[in-house]
Design a protein around this ligand. Structure first.
Ligand code: PEP
Ligand code: MG
Length: 359
């Protein structure tokens, strides 16, 4: 079977020629992304009025684009470490994790790397039976919730990340935080891990930033409190859309209702961005919509200056940023936010895109 995720095509029992065609396509894909990122003249790209927009990459595992991302000093805005578990179907020990994170930190030594702690459960699960069967796994024991219950697994991961922070380019990010109390509990465990390392005379970056993912509505609605306490915030629009719209992000039957451009999702994003700007807390967007050319001008209009995305989207987004005037898109925000439906929002953003294309 061939699964073409880019075009949404599945071919069952492919013919020989389809097989050959897709093999060639796959071979070309990595080099094509690399060639485009190589061509980027200015990183970070700047808007027409000179505002730098920091474009980062979302990564899961070491891959063919790492070298070019590193050479172009592109920050890693989201490193999904749960893939370490999903690949091995067990939690690697502290030293194995330390080696891994240190290699990542070294590979991207000229840029910032945001390591997200394990976000297991719901769509990030394996067949090993470790995660319990739940009726509603997306609403269940996932992300930071399971880590707070398995404090020793969490602390092992934190110790490994802290030890790898000696190059001063790592940040630690906590997924699925619902409110301040969860953040406080996680921070307490992180402080204990730091204290242990100090007692053991093991070096680490004492100022390693600890950030929060805002990806559930309760976190967005309490963004003021989180922004006051977190070192940075990253908005995970993939889950934020799922929870706001009550639509399973992986259920094809209700896929038409899953829309990060719905005004309700956009309002939660804006609320979070406003709270961060008020408290001078760095804020980024790291869900898939960060790479959506329709949405990027709107986010810049809201005052977002950091976006992290699939490496395949970086080239197009960088090119778009250079056509955007941040003052002009600021005016776009009001009219878009008052739209009553996702289709209305889409129409307004398409009109705006058409004016940009004429430039
Ligand atoms: C998100 O939810 O937007 C996100 C970036 O995290 P993930 O896609 O890994 O759940
Ligand atoms: Mg998420």
């Amino acid at each position: 079977m061939i699964l073409d995720g880019t075009n949404g095509v599945i071919i069952v029992n492919p013919t020989d020629s389809e097989w050959i065609e897709y093999h060639k396509k796959r071979k070309r894909q990595g080099p094509a992304i690399i060639a485009r990122i190589k061509k980027l003249p200015q990183i970070p790209p700047r808007t027409v009025d000179g505002v730098p927009i920091h474009i980062g990459a979302n990564l899961e595992l070491p891959g063919p684009v790492d070298e070019i991302l590193s050479a172009q000093k592109i920050p890693i805005g989201l490193y999904r470490t749960e893939f370490l578990y999903l690949e091995n179907e067990r939690f690697p020990g502290e030293d194995a994790q330390y080696d891994y994170y240190l290699r990542v930190a070294e590979k991207f030594s000229h840029s910032q790397v945001t390591l997200r702690t394990y976000d297991l459960g719901s769509d990030k699960t394996s067949a090993d039976g470790f995660l319990p069967h739940e009726q509603n796994p997306a609403l269940g024991w996932r992300g930071i919730r399971s880590m707070l219950d398995m404090a020793s697994v969490f602390k092992t991961q934190i110790r490994a990340m802290l030890r790898a922070s000696v190059l001063n380019n790592l940040r630690i990010m906590l997924p699925m935080i619902s409110d301040l109390s969860e953040f406080d509990r996680a921070k307490k465990l992180i402080s204990q891990a730091k204290l242990d390392l100090r007692r053991e005379n093991i070096p680490f970056d004492r100022n390693v930033p600890i950030g929060v993912m805002v990806e559930v509505p309760s976190a967005a609605l309490t963004a003021e409190q989180l922004a006051r306490k977190a070192d940075f915030i990253s908005i995970g629009t993939n889950d934020l859309t799922m929870y706001t719209m009550s639509v399973d992000r992986n259920n094809a039957q209700v896929a038409s209702l899953y829309n990060p451009l719905h005004p309700s999702v956009l309002n939660l994003i804006k609320m979070t961005v406003d709270a961060c700007r008020k408290h001078n807390t760095p804020v980024s967007i790291c869900g898939e919509v960060a790479g959506d050319l329709l949405a990027v001008p709107l986010f810049i209009g809201m005052g977002v200056t950091e976006l992290s995305m699939n490496p395949a989207r970086i080239f197009d987004v960088c090119r778009l940023v250079k056509k955007v005037d941040s003052n002009l898109v600021g005016l776009l925000v009001g009219s878009v936010m008052s739209g009553g439906s996702a289709s209305q929002v889409k129409r307004l953003l398409e009109n705006f895109r058409n004016t940009l294309e004429k430039k």
